[in-house]
Design a protein around this ligand. Structure first.
Ligand SMILES: Nc1ncnc2c1ncn2[C@@H]1O[C@H](COP(=O)(O)OP(=O)(O)OP(=O)(O)O)[C@@H](O)[C@H]1O
Ligand SMILES: [Mg+2]
Length: 485
């Protein structure tokens, strides 16, 4: 028996058991599509829809894949949305995966039905497909194409509700679902162009070792930012937000940026100012950026003269044929002057030394949140131990936590020791040796510095504390820097 006859046989079997008019109609359609020519088939199908609608007091709304030559966004959104509504009773599903997506997509197969309830209203969906000759006027045409549509039925009295709230809900949800599926990209500038690779950094809010409160405040801030489209419009501000990440090397600044991108599903544009030929080039690169993206300038203090604002915006020659990006170029960039139609932009600057940056760069509105990425404290260590070894308690924890109060170790250093063995005990032992060693070397260095050095370092420490208190929206992760620099 060929596959078509099999389908019809099984359809007949179900037909005998089907009791509702709607189910009968669906199965009738299957038989019709196998036996009848295109024109007749269409006529019978639409009469069938009317009959079902009349019987139940229902509207049947047809959402075609294409309206003429134009693709129908509502069809696209609804098929995406319905993927999340598949129930265990759905029989025939499709599976697909393409390289722009991170996961396998399961969707309804042709002919399958499902029911969705939104705000108390029941909506019944069916995916229908039909093969037709591309030019019915030309009987000899051999090109057959597949026409698809969704048939949505609901009680007549909910027509207004469907248009005013169900369809908008589907459009909104489908955007979120697509964003979650999309493969993120990392763009880097090279010879004045953005080149991109897939962003595959695994960092997430869970894998970051930071003080819990700080982490929460950062991710809450991001969530608030993306939900404030109307707010930014109302107050007439560019929809953008700036974060300054500062702290020693290896404290997780780049990891945090990757976690932010993974959380928001935003692409990253990693801008290397050394590869930019002056402010005009900078402006061009900015225009080439898409919305929903994070612009990152790492080690900002190393790339431009960011300490004083004596430049007047004019470009200075650095080397024959090359122009430097100036501080005012960067300030303009951050102010969104050059990206007036850009939306949902996040700008992240990183530095090891915040005190080297011009205050103009740091003020709210440019850098809205200052995030101090600090050395690894006991909480950070516990998070790493749990992530790397799945241990939440261990006899060696007490000594490690004690040592971390005395010794400045970065999360990168702690992570490195924890990865030395798959055995938690051995890895924790290795971390203890590392921290003890650090304490010994640190102690010897301090002795070598003598009294005078100690005083100078203390003053430096007070300066840092004073300065950090000045910045209102700053948040601190991990332990503050100790007097030793
Ligand atoms: N806070 C952290 N939580 C979890 N892992 C971390 C953290 N900080 C560092 N690491 C680990 O150390 C590695 C280096 O960290 P990362 O590159 O994020 O540091 P950084 O602050 O950007 O350093 P640099 O200033 O040198 O750019 C990461 O790949 C990660 O494995
Ligand atoms: Mg980094």
């Amino acid at each position: 028996m060929d596959s078509q006859s099999k389908a019809i046989e099984s359809a007949k079997k179900y037909l005998a058991a089907a009791t509702s008019v709607a189910a009968t109609a669906m199965l009738t359609r299957t038989i019709i599509s196998a036996y009848f020519p295109d024109e007749l088939r269409r006529l019978i199908s639409s009469s069938l829809d009317k009959l079902v609608g009349h019987f139940y007091g229902e509207h049947v709304v047809i959402i075609r894949q294409n309206e003429g030559l134009v693709t129908n966004d509502l069809y696209d959104a609804a098929t995406t949305y319905l993927r999340t509504k598949i129930s265990p009773t759905s029989k025939r599903l499709r599976a697909s995966k393409n390289r722009n997506r991170t996961n396998i997509i399961i969707s309804l197969d042709d002919g399958e039905c499902l029911t969705d309830i939104f705000e108390g209203v029941q909506y019944k969906w069916q995916l229908v497909s039909q093969r037709e000759r591309s030019n019915p006027l030309y009987a000899g045409s051999s090109h057959v194409e597949e026409i698809r549509w969704l048939a949505l039925s609901f009680h007549r009295k909910y027509r207004e509700v469907a248009v005013a709230s169900y369809f908008p809900h589907i459009l909104e949800r489908s955007k979120e679902i697509k964003a979650a599926d999309r493969q993120l990209k990392l763009y880097m500038n090279e010879l004045g162009n953005w080149n991109c690779v897939h962003l595959q950094h695994p960092a997430t809010s869970e894998t970051l070792a930071m003080e819990v409160e700080l982490k929460k405040s950062i991710f809450d801030d991001l969530a608030r930012f993306v939900n404030r489209k109307e707010y930014y419009k109302r107050i007439g501000k560019a929809w953008k937000r700036g974060y300054l990440l500062f702290g020693p090397p290896g404290t997780g600044k780049s990891s945090l940026i990757a976690a932010m991108a993974n959380y928001l599903r935003f692409d990253i544009y990693d801008l290397d100012l050394n590869g930019i030929n002056g402010n005009t080039d900078l402006k061009r690169m900015l225009i080439g950026m898409a919305n929903k993206s994070i612009l990152v300038i790492e080690d900002i203090d190393c790339s431009i003269n960011v300490q004083n604002r004596d430049d007047d915006g004019s470009e200075t020659e650095t080397e024959p044929g090359g122009k430097a990006v100036t501080l005012s170029g960067i300030l303009n960039l951050i102010d969104g002057l050059w990206s007036a139609n850009g939306e949902e932009r996040i700008i992240v600057l990183t530095t090891n030394y915040r005190d080297r940056l011009d205050p103009a760069l740091l003020r709210p509105g440019r850098m809205d949140m200052h995030i101090h990425m600090g050395y690894c404290g006991p909480n950070g260590f516990r998070m790493l131990a749990s992530n790397y070894h799945g241990v939440d308690e261990h006899p060696l924890f007490a000594e490690i936590e004690g040592l971390l109060k005395e010794v400045e170790a970065t999360p990168a250093e702690v992570a490195e020791e924890l990865m030395r063995s798959d055995d938690a005990g051995i890895a924790l032992g290795s971390l203890i040796l590392f921290l003890r060693d650090k304490r010994r070397v640190g102690g010897e260095e301090d002795k070598g510095r003598g009294e005078e050095g100690g005083l100078a370092l203390q003053l430096e420490s007070e300066k840092i504390d004073r300065e950090e208190k000045k910045v209102g929206s700053e948040v601190t992760g991990g332990r503050k820097r100790k007097s030793r620099k």
